[in-house]
Design a protein around this ligand. Sequence first.
Ligand code: TYD
Length: 141
Amino acid sequence: MPTIDDVKTIQFQDFGDKRGGLVVIEGSSDNGGTIPFEIKRVFYIYGSDEEVIRGQHANRLTDFMLINVSGTSKVKIVDGDENSCIIELNEPHYGVYIPHMLWKEMYDFSADSVLLVLASTHYDGSEYIRDFDVFIKEFEK
Ligand code: TYD
């Protein structure tokens, strides 16, 4: 099972010039991509304020990449041994890779936060674990 040591901050190439920024992320392929999975789904979270806590789940199958393309937020990640880390997402050319079977909570959203999420699967609600105790039990199996 993945642990907190498998969480990685990845810097993306920024082709920015005087016309503005241009950040490129490629899903992994035989040619070698920027992130370690093929991208099957993209969603983004915006309009959440500093009071809101999102996520609060683990995914049995899905790997994620989180990028604050605007503004800032924080993500707390917990593994099945209850080791945890908190990462601030505050640069459009930095992402956090979170493999499957890790608990995650996103919070402290700035008013201008747009949190882009790349996922390795199509949506399937049944692979979400939304109860922390169930997550710990499944991890121990
Ligand atoms: P939820 O997982 O609670 O969002 P977050 O983890 O960001 O707090 O999802 C909220 C709703 O949106 C829920 O009804 C499921 C739905 N949803 C989809 O249909 N497809 C998706 O890819 C995602 C991420 C959510």
